[in-house]
Design a protein. Sequence first.
Length: 439
Amino acid sequence: MNLSKSAALFAENRRFIPGGMVSLNRKVEPEIAFVRGQGAHVWDADGNRYIDYHAGFAPYFLGHADKDVDAAVHRALDDGWTLMGSGTTPWEGRMAELFLQCVPTLDRMQITTTGSEATYHALRLARAYTGRDHIVVMQGGYNGWHDDVACNVMTPLEQIGPRVSKGEYPFVPLTAGMPAAVAGRVHVLNFNDLDAVAWAFEKYSVACLLTEPILQNIGIVKPKPGYLEGLRNLCDKHGVVLVFDEVKTGFRHALGGYQSLCGVRPDLATFGKAIANGYPLGAIGGRKEIMDLFDCADPKKRVLIAGTYNGHPLTVAAAIATMEKLIREKDTLYPRLEALGARMEAGLTKLLREKDIQATVARQGSAFCVYFMDHLPADWHGLAEHHDMAMDLKYRKALIEKGIYHFPLPTKQGSISAAHTEADVDRTLEATSEVLKAL
Ligand SMILES: Cc1ncc(COP(=O)(O)O)c(C=O)c1O
Protein backbone atom coordinates (compact mmCIF):
# COMPACT_ATOMS: atom_id res chain seq x y z
CA MET A 1 0.00 0.00 0.00
CA ASN A 2 1.54 3.29 -1.10
CA LEU A 3 1.32 5.98 1.60
CA SER A 4 4.19 8.18 0.43
CA LYS A 5 2.09 11.31 -0.12
CA SER A 6 0.48 10.78 3.30
CA ALA A 7 3.94 10.58 4.85
CA ALA A 8 4.99 13.79 3.11
CA LEU A 9 1.89 15.62 4.39
CA PHE A 10 2.53 14.44 7.95
CA ALA A 11 6.13 15.67 7.72
CA GLU A 12 4.98 19.01 6.34
CA ASN A 13 2.25 19.54 8.95
CA ARG A 14 4.53 18.60 11.83
CA ARG A 15 6.49 21.75 11.03
CA PHE A 16 3.52 23.83 12.20
CA ILE A 17 1.24 21.71 14.38
CA PRO A 18 2.31 19.66 17.43
CA GLY A 19 1.89 16.06 16.28
CA GLY A 20 1.15 17.26 12.75
CA MET A 21 -2.62 17.01 13.21
CA VAL A 22 -5.44 18.70 15.06
CA SER A 23 -7.15 16.63 17.79
CA LEU A 24 -4.41 14.28 18.97
CA ASN A 25 -6.82 11.42 19.53
CA ARG A 26 -6.54 11.04 15.75
CA LYS A 27 -2.90 10.01 16.17
CA VAL A 28 -2.81 6.38 15.07
CA GLU A 29 -0.80 4.01 12.90
CA PRO A 30 -0.80 3.74 9.95
CA GLU A 31 -0.43 7.49 9.40
CA ILE A 32 -2.85 8.36 6.63
CA ALA A 33 -3.68 11.82 5.31
CA PHE A 34 -7.23 11.83 3.98
CA VAL A 35 -8.25 14.22 1.26
CA ARG A 36 -11.84 13.39 0.28
CA GLY A 37 -15.02 11.71 1.46
CA GLN A 38 -18.15 10.80 -0.49
CA GLY A 39 -20.98 8.56 0.68
CA ALA A 40 -19.53 5.40 2.22
CA HIS A 41 -15.99 6.04 0.94
CA VAL A 42 -12.94 8.10 1.81
CA TRP A 43 -9.77 8.66 -0.24
CA ASP A 44 -6.25 9.33 1.00
CA ALA A 45 -3.57 11.60 -0.47
CA ASP A 46 -2.10 8.69 -2.46
CA GLY A 47 -5.41 7.90 -4.13
CA ASN A 48 -6.22 4.78 -2.06
CA ARG A 49 -9.95 4.36 -1.58
CA TYR A 50 -11.48 2.87 1.57
CA ILE A 51 -14.96 1.76 2.58
CA ASP A 52 -15.25 3.91 5.68
CA TYR A 53 -16.59 2.62 8.99
CA HIS A 54 -14.89 5.26 11.13
CA ALA A 55 -17.22 7.96 9.81
CA GLY A 56 -15.17 10.74 11.40
CA PHE A 57 -15.80 9.20 14.88
CA ALA A 58 -19.43 8.48 13.96
CA PRO A 59 -21.22 11.68 12.91
CA TYR A 60 -21.66 10.60 9.27
CA PHE A 61 -24.93 8.76 9.73
CA LEU A 62 -26.18 9.68 6.26
CA GLY A 63 -22.71 9.23 4.75
CA HIS A 64 -20.01 11.71 3.78
CA ALA A 65 -21.12 14.81 1.89
CA ASP A 66 -24.83 13.98 1.91
CA LYS A 67 -26.29 15.93 -0.99
CA ASP A 68 -29.43 17.14 0.83
CA VAL A 69 -27.48 18.35 3.84
CA ASP A 70 -24.82 20.04 1.74
CA ALA A 71 -27.48 21.66 -0.46
CA ALA A 72 -29.13 23.14 2.66
CA VAL A 73 -25.78 24.63 3.69
CA HIS A 74 -25.27 26.13 0.23
CA ARG A 75 -28.81 27.55 0.32
CA ALA A 76 -28.17 29.10 3.73
CA LEU A 77 -25.07 30.82 2.32
CA ASP A 78 -27.00 32.06 -0.72
CA ASP A 79 -29.85 33.31 1.45
CA GLY A 80 -27.61 35.37 3.71
CA TRP A 81 -27.87 33.20 6.80
CA THR A 82 -24.90 34.74 8.56
CA LEU A 83 -23.99 34.86 12.19
CA MET A 84 -26.01 37.66 13.82
CA GLY A 85 -24.93 37.31 17.45
CA SER A 86 -27.85 39.35 18.72
CA GLY A 87 -31.40 38.32 19.50
CA THR A 88 -32.89 35.26 17.82
CA THR A 89 -33.18 33.88 14.29
CA PRO A 90 -35.83 31.84 12.49
CA TRP A 91 -33.41 28.97 11.90
CA GLU A 92 -32.59 28.32 15.55
CA GLY A 93 -36.30 28.17 16.36
CA ARG A 94 -36.89 25.77 13.47
CA MET A 95 -34.02 23.56 14.61
CA ALA A 96 -35.27 23.49 18.22
CA GLU A 97 -38.82 22.67 17.11
CA LEU A 98 -37.61 19.79 14.93
CA PHE A 99 -35.28 18.50 17.64
CA LEU A 100 -38.04 18.38 20.25
CA GLN A 101 -40.36 16.77 17.71
CA CYS A 102 -37.72 14.05 17.22
CA VAL A 103 -36.99 13.63 20.94
CA PRO A 104 -40.37 14.21 22.63
CA THR A 105 -39.03 13.04 26.02
CA LEU A 106 -37.35 16.46 26.33
CA ASP A 107 -39.21 19.74 27.00
CA ARG A 108 -36.65 22.38 26.04
CA MET A 109 -33.29 22.49 24.26
CA GLN A 110 -30.24 24.64 23.61
CA ILE A 111 -27.73 24.47 20.79
CA THR A 112 -23.97 24.16 21.29
CA THR A 113 -21.12 23.64 18.86
CA THR A 114 -19.76 20.33 20.20
CA GLY A 115 -20.79 17.38 22.32
CA SER A 116 -18.26 18.36 24.99
CA GLU A 117 -19.95 21.73 25.43
CA ALA A 118 -23.28 19.99 25.80
CA THR A 119 -21.98 17.71 28.59
CA TYR A 120 -20.25 20.70 30.21
CA HIS A 121 -23.58 22.53 30.37
CA ALA A 122 -25.31 19.43 31.72
CA LEU A 123 -22.97 19.35 34.71
CA ARG A 124 -23.37 23.05 35.36
CA LEU A 125 -27.17 22.89 35.12
CA ALA A 126 -27.28 19.89 37.46
CA ARG A 127 -25.05 21.59 40.01
CA ALA A 128 -27.10 24.78 39.88
CA TYR A 129 -30.38 22.87 40.13
CA THR A 130 -29.36 20.67 43.07
CA GLY A 131 -26.91 22.99 44.84
CA ARG A 132 -24.51 20.01 44.99
CA ASP A 133 -21.00 19.60 43.58
CA HIS A 134 -20.27 15.90 43.15
CA ILE A 135 -20.81 14.03 39.93
CA VAL A 136 -20.86 10.37 38.99
CA VAL A 137 -19.52 9.02 35.70
CA MET A 138 -18.85 5.50 34.43
CA GLN A 139 -15.60 3.63 33.94
CA GLY A 140 -15.33 3.09 30.19
CA GLY A 141 -17.56 6.03 29.30
CA TYR A 142 -16.39 9.08 27.37
CA ASN A 143 -18.23 12.35 27.79
CA GLY A 144 -15.88 14.92 26.31
CA TRP A 145 -12.55 16.62 26.89
CA HIS A 146 -13.27 19.07 29.75
CA ASP A 147 -12.24 18.75 33.41
CA ASP A 148 -14.65 16.54 35.40
CA VAL A 149 -15.29 14.14 32.54
CA ALA A 150 -11.91 13.65 30.83
CA CYS A 151 -11.07 10.54 32.79
CA ASN A 152 -11.20 6.71 32.95
CA VAL A 153 -12.05 5.45 29.48
CA MET A 154 -9.73 2.59 28.44
CA THR A 155 -7.85 2.71 31.72
CA PRO A 156 -5.21 0.01 32.26
CA LEU A 157 -6.45 -2.29 35.02
CA GLU A 158 -3.15 -1.82 36.90
CA GLN A 159 -4.27 1.77 37.47
CA ILE A 160 -7.75 1.04 38.77
CA GLY A 161 -7.47 -2.41 40.29
CA PRO A 162 -10.11 -5.15 40.23
CA ARG A 163 -13.84 -4.60 39.65
CA VAL A 164 -15.39 -2.58 42.48
CA SER A 165 -19.08 -2.73 43.27
CA LYS A 166 -19.66 -1.00 46.58
CA GLY A 167 -17.03 1.62 45.96
CA GLU A 168 -15.41 3.72 43.25
CA TYR A 169 -12.38 3.54 40.97
CA PRO A 170 -9.38 5.84 41.29
CA PHE A 171 -9.88 8.94 39.15
CA VAL A 172 -7.44 8.68 36.23
CA PRO A 173 -7.34 11.92 34.20
CA LEU A 174 -6.94 11.72 30.42
CA THR A 175 -4.89 14.89 30.50
CA ALA A 176 -2.18 16.71 32.35
CA GLY A 177 -3.11 20.15 33.63
CA MET A 178 -6.32 19.23 35.41
CA PRO A 179 -6.70 20.77 38.89
CA ALA A 180 -6.16 18.14 41.60
CA ALA A 181 -9.46 19.12 43.24
CA VAL A 182 -11.43 17.61 40.36
CA ALA A 183 -10.60 14.07 41.52
CA GLY A 184 -12.35 14.73 44.84
CA ARG A 185 -15.68 15.62 43.27
CA VAL A 186 -15.87 13.16 40.37
CA HIS A 187 -16.70 9.55 41.21
CA VAL A 188 -16.02 6.87 38.64
CA LEU A 189 -18.24 3.82 39.04
CA ASN A 190 -18.65 0.43 37.49
CA PHE A 191 -21.15 0.37 34.57
CA ASN A 192 -24.16 -1.95 34.83
CA ASP A 193 -23.83 -1.95 38.60
CA LEU A 194 -26.69 -0.45 40.61
CA ASP A 195 -25.02 -1.34 43.93
CA ALA A 196 -22.14 0.97 43.06
CA VAL A 197 -24.55 3.81 42.30
CA ALA A 198 -26.52 3.27 45.51
CA TRP A 199 -23.23 3.28 47.43
CA ALA A 200 -22.08 6.58 45.85
CA PHE A 201 -25.46 8.29 46.35
CA GLU A 202 -25.37 7.40 50.08
CA LYS A 203 -21.80 8.57 50.51
CA TYR A 204 -21.66 11.80 48.46
CA SER A 205 -23.86 14.78 47.80
CA VAL A 206 -24.29 14.02 44.11
CA ALA A 207 -25.61 16.59 41.63
CA CYS A 208 -25.83 14.30 38.64
CA LEU A 209 -25.09 10.93 37.19
CA LEU A 210 -23.81 11.31 33.64
CA THR A 211 -23.67 8.20 31.48
CA GLU A 212 -23.83 7.03 27.93
CA PRO A 213 -26.84 4.69 27.88
CA ILE A 214 -24.69 2.28 25.84
CA LEU A 215 -20.92 2.56 26.36
CA GLN A 216 -19.96 3.29 22.78
CA ASN A 217 -16.43 4.51 23.27
CA ILE A 218 -15.23 1.02 24.20
CA GLY A 219 -17.15 -0.73 21.44
CA ILE A 220 -20.79 -1.49 22.19
CA VAL A 221 -21.34 -2.31 25.89
CA LYS A 222 -25.07 -2.49 26.44
CA PRO A 223 -27.02 -1.84 29.63
CA LYS A 224 -28.35 -4.99 31.30
CA PRO A 225 -32.16 -5.32 31.42
CA GLY A 226 -33.43 -3.11 34.24
CA TYR A 227 -30.16 -1.20 34.70
CA LEU A 228 -31.28 2.12 33.19
CA GLU A 229 -34.63 1.87 35.00
CA GLY A 230 -32.66 1.24 38.19
CA LEU A 231 -30.61 4.39 37.59
CA ARG A 232 -33.83 6.34 37.14
CA ASN A 233 -35.22 5.02 40.44
CA LEU A 234 -32.03 5.71 42.39
CA CYS A 235 -31.77 9.24 40.96
CA ASP A 236 -35.40 9.89 41.92
CA LYS A 237 -34.84 8.55 45.43
CA HIS A 238 -31.76 10.72 46.03
CA GLY A 239 -32.74 13.84 44.08
CA VAL A 240 -29.90 13.31 41.59
CA VAL A 241 -30.19 14.66 38.04
CA LEU A 242 -29.99 11.78 35.53
CA VAL A 243 -28.14 12.77 32.37
CA PHE A 244 -27.96 10.50 29.32
CA ASP A 245 -25.06 11.34 27.07
CA GLU A 246 -26.57 10.53 23.68
CA VAL A 247 -23.81 12.18 21.66
CA LYS A 248 -23.14 8.81 20.03
CA THR A 249 -26.45 7.00 20.45
CA GLY A 250 -28.73 9.93 19.59
CA PHE A 251 -30.33 9.92 16.12
CA ARG A 252 -28.16 6.89 15.15
CA HIS A 253 -30.20 4.25 16.96
CA ALA A 254 -33.56 5.99 16.71
CA LEU A 255 -34.93 9.42 15.93
CA GLY A 256 -35.87 9.79 19.59
CA GLY A 257 -32.46 8.69 20.86
CA TYR A 258 -31.74 5.55 22.86
CA GLN A 259 -34.11 6.94 25.48
CA SER A 260 -36.99 6.27 23.08
CA LEU A 261 -35.88 2.64 22.74
CA CYS A 262 -35.21 1.91 26.41
CA GLY A 263 -38.21 3.86 27.69
CA VAL A 264 -36.25 5.59 30.45
CA ARG A 265 -36.64 9.35 30.54
CA PRO A 266 -33.53 11.24 31.69
CA ASP A 267 -33.73 14.70 33.28
CA LEU A 268 -31.18 16.03 30.80
CA ALA A 269 -29.68 14.59 27.64
CA THR A 270 -26.82 15.64 25.42
CA PHE A 271 -26.51 15.16 21.66
CA GLY A 272 -24.04 15.78 18.83
CA LYS A 273 -22.50 13.78 15.97
CA ALA A 274 -25.34 12.30 13.86
CA ILE A 275 -27.64 15.28 14.52
CA ALA A 276 -25.86 17.39 11.87
CA ASN A 277 -24.23 14.65 9.78
CA GLY A 278 -20.65 15.82 10.13
CA TYR A 279 -21.17 19.52 10.71
CA PRO A 280 -20.10 20.76 14.15
CA LEU A 281 -23.19 20.95 16.30
CA GLY A 282 -24.19 19.71 19.74
CA ALA A 283 -27.38 20.00 21.74
CA ILE A 284 -28.60 19.75 25.29
CA GLY A 285 -32.21 19.17 26.19
CA GLY A 286 -34.21 18.25 29.21
CA ARG A 287 -36.93 18.97 31.71
CA LYS A 288 -38.31 22.49 31.55
CA GLU A 289 -37.60 23.43 35.16
CA ILE A 290 -33.91 22.55 34.78
CA MET A 291 -33.43 23.96 31.28
CA ASP A 292 -35.16 27.20 32.30
CA LEU A 293 -32.22 27.92 34.63
CA PHE A 294 -30.52 29.22 31.47
CA ASP A 295 -32.97 32.12 31.60
CA CYS A 296 -33.71 32.40 35.31
CA ALA A 297 -34.78 35.85 36.51
CA ASP A 298 -32.67 35.42 39.65
CA PRO A 299 -29.06 36.12 38.57
CA LYS A 300 -27.77 33.97 41.44
CA LYS A 301 -29.53 30.93 39.99
CA ARG A 302 -29.02 31.68 36.32
CA VAL A 303 -26.73 29.31 34.44
CA LEU A 304 -24.54 30.91 31.80
CA ILE A 305 -24.85 29.68 28.26
CA ALA A 306 -22.83 31.73 25.82
CA GLY A 307 -20.79 31.23 22.68
CA THR A 308 -20.10 33.39 19.66
CA TYR A 309 -20.76 30.43 17.39
CA ASN A 310 -23.69 28.79 19.22
CA GLY A 311 -26.39 28.07 16.70
CA HIS A 312 -24.12 28.97 13.79
CA PRO A 313 -26.42 29.28 10.77
CA LEU A 314 -24.47 26.89 8.54
CA THR A 315 -24.34 24.10 11.09
CA VAL A 316 -27.95 24.74 12.07
CA ALA A 317 -28.92 24.53 8.39
CA ALA A 318 -27.11 21.17 8.28
CA ALA A 319 -28.91 19.94 11.40
CA ILE A 320 -32.31 21.04 10.09
CA ALA A 321 -31.68 19.25 6.79
CA THR A 322 -30.42 16.14 8.58
CA MET A 323 -33.41 15.95 10.90
CA GLU A 324 -35.88 16.69 8.09
CA LYS A 325 -34.37 13.87 6.06
CA LEU A 326 -34.41 11.48 9.03
CA ILE A 327 -38.06 12.35 9.73
CA ARG A 328 -38.99 11.99 6.05
CA GLU A 329 -37.23 8.67 5.60
CA LYS A 330 -37.39 7.17 9.08
CA ASP A 331 -39.74 4.33 8.17
CA THR A 332 -37.33 3.00 5.55
CA LEU A 333 -33.97 4.38 6.70
CA TYR A 334 -33.79 2.90 10.21
CA PRO A 335 -34.99 -0.56 9.14
CA ARG A 336 -32.53 -0.51 6.20
CA LEU A 337 -29.63 0.35 8.52
CA GLU A 338 -30.74 -2.33 10.95
CA ALA A 339 -30.75 -4.83 8.06
CA LEU A 340 -27.26 -3.75 6.95
CA GLY A 341 -26.04 -4.02 10.54
CA ALA A 342 -27.59 -7.49 10.85
CA ARG A 343 -25.98 -8.55 7.55
CA MET A 344 -22.61 -7.37 8.84
CA GLU A 345 -23.09 -9.09 12.22
CA ALA A 346 -24.22 -12.39 10.67
CA GLY A 347 -21.43 -12.33 8.07
CA LEU A 348 -18.70 -11.55 10.60
CA THR A 349 -19.99 -14.14 13.06
CA LYS A 350 -20.02 -16.82 10.36
CA LEU A 351 -16.47 -15.98 9.22
CA LEU A 352 -15.11 -15.95 12.77
CA ARG A 353 -16.73 -19.34 13.49
CA GLU A 354 -15.47 -20.85 10.23
CA LYS A 355 -11.94 -19.77 11.06
CA ASP A 356 -12.37 -20.96 14.64
CA ILE A 357 -11.39 -17.59 16.09
CA GLN A 358 -12.64 -16.79 19.57
CA ALA A 359 -14.63 -13.62 18.96
CA THR A 360 -18.08 -12.10 19.48
CA VAL A 361 -19.76 -9.38 17.43
CA ALA A 362 -21.46 -6.62 19.42
CA ARG A 363 -24.01 -4.49 17.63
CA GLN A 364 -26.73 -1.92 18.11
CA GLY A 365 -28.40 -1.05 14.80
CA SER A 366 -25.76 0.47 12.54
CA ALA A 367 -22.96 0.46 15.16
CA PHE A 368 -20.86 -2.65 15.65
CA CYS A 369 -17.53 -4.01 16.80
CA VAL A 370 -15.72 -7.34 17.06
CA TYR A 371 -14.54 -8.36 20.51
CA PHE A 372 -11.87 -11.04 20.44
CA MET A 373 -13.36 -12.92 23.40
CA ASP A 374 -16.04 -15.60 23.68
CA HIS A 375 -18.82 -13.46 25.18
CA LEU A 376 -20.04 -9.88 25.27
CA PRO A 377 -18.65 -7.65 28.05
CA ALA A 378 -20.93 -5.90 30.56
CA ASP A 379 -18.34 -3.39 31.78
CA TRP A 380 -14.78 -2.20 31.17
CA HIS A 381 -13.29 -4.91 33.39
CA GLY A 382 -15.15 -7.62 31.49
CA LEU A 383 -13.61 -6.27 28.32
CA ALA A 384 -10.10 -5.43 29.53
CA GLU A 385 -9.71 -8.85 31.16
CA HIS A 386 -10.80 -10.93 28.17
CA HIS A 387 -10.54 -8.99 24.90
CA ASP A 388 -7.40 -9.66 22.85
CA MET A 389 -6.40 -6.03 22.22
CA ALA A 390 -3.29 -6.95 20.21
CA MET A 391 -5.35 -9.15 17.87
CA ASP A 392 -7.95 -6.37 17.50
CA LEU A 393 -5.28 -3.89 16.43
CA LYS A 394 -3.72 -6.35 13.97
CA TYR A 395 -7.17 -7.07 12.52
CA ARG A 396 -7.91 -3.37 12.00
CA LYS A 397 -4.55 -2.66 10.38
CA ALA A 398 -4.89 -5.64 8.05
CA LEU A 399 -8.37 -4.46 7.00
CA ILE A 400 -7.00 -1.00 6.22
CA GLU A 401 -4.50 -2.63 3.86
CA LYS A 402 -7.48 -4.20 2.09
CA GLY A 403 -9.30 -0.88 1.72
CA ILE A 404 -11.63 -1.17 4.72
CA TYR A 405 -11.17 1.69 7.16
CA HIS A 406 -11.83 0.98 10.81
CA PHE A 407 -10.13 3.36 13.24
CA PRO A 408 -6.92 1.51 14.15
CA LEU A 409 -7.44 1.49 17.91
CA PRO A 410 -8.87 -1.54 19.73
CA THR A 411 -12.61 -1.58 20.52
CA LYS A 412 -13.52 1.54 18.49
CA GLN A 413 -16.99 1.26 17.02
CA GLY A 414 -17.67 0.62 13.36
CA SER A 415 -20.38 2.92 12.01
CA ILE A 416 -22.49 1.97 9.02
CA SER A 417 -24.15 4.90 7.25
CA ALA A 418 -27.19 5.26 5.05
CA ALA A 419 -24.77 5.58 2.13
CA HIS A 420 -23.43 2.05 2.65
CA THR A 421 -24.93 -0.67 0.48
CA GLU A 422 -25.26 -4.42 0.75
CA ALA A 423 -22.42 -4.61 -1.79
CA ASP A 424 -20.21 -2.55 0.57
CA VAL A 425 -20.99 -4.92 3.43
CA ASP A 426 -20.32 -7.96 1.22
CA ARG A 427 -17.03 -6.50 -0.02
CA THR A 428 -16.11 -5.83 3.63
CA LEU A 429 -16.87 -9.45 4.51
CA GLU A 430 -14.76 -10.70 1.59
CA ALA A 431 -11.83 -8.59 2.78
CA THR A 432 -12.41 -9.75 6.35
CA SER A 433 -12.30 -13.38 5.25
CA GLU A 434 -8.88 -12.81 3.61
CA VAL A 435 -7.64 -10.93 6.69
CA LEU A 436 -8.79 -13.64 9.10
CA LYS A 437 -7.10 -16.30 6.99
CA ALA A 438 -3.83 -14.38 7.17
CA LEU A 439 -4.14 -13.68 10.90
C1 LIG B 1 -20.58 9.88 24.22
C2 LIG B 1 -19.81 11.11 23.88
N1 LIG B 1 -20.02 12.23 24.58
C3 LIG B 1 -19.38 13.38 24.30
C4 LIG B 1 -18.44 13.44 23.30
C5 LIG B 1 -17.74 14.73 23.00
O1 LIG B 1 -18.21 15.27 21.80
P1 LIG B 1 -17.28 16.26 20.95
O2 LIG B 1 -16.10 15.49 20.47
O3 LIG B 1 -18.18 16.76 19.84
O4 LIG B 1 -16.88 17.36 21.86
C6 LIG B 1 -18.17 12.29 22.54
C7 LIG B 1 -17.17 12.30 21.46
O5 LIG B 1 -16.73 11.29 20.97
C8 LIG B 1 -18.86 11.09 22.86
O6 LIG B 1 -18.65 9.95 22.17
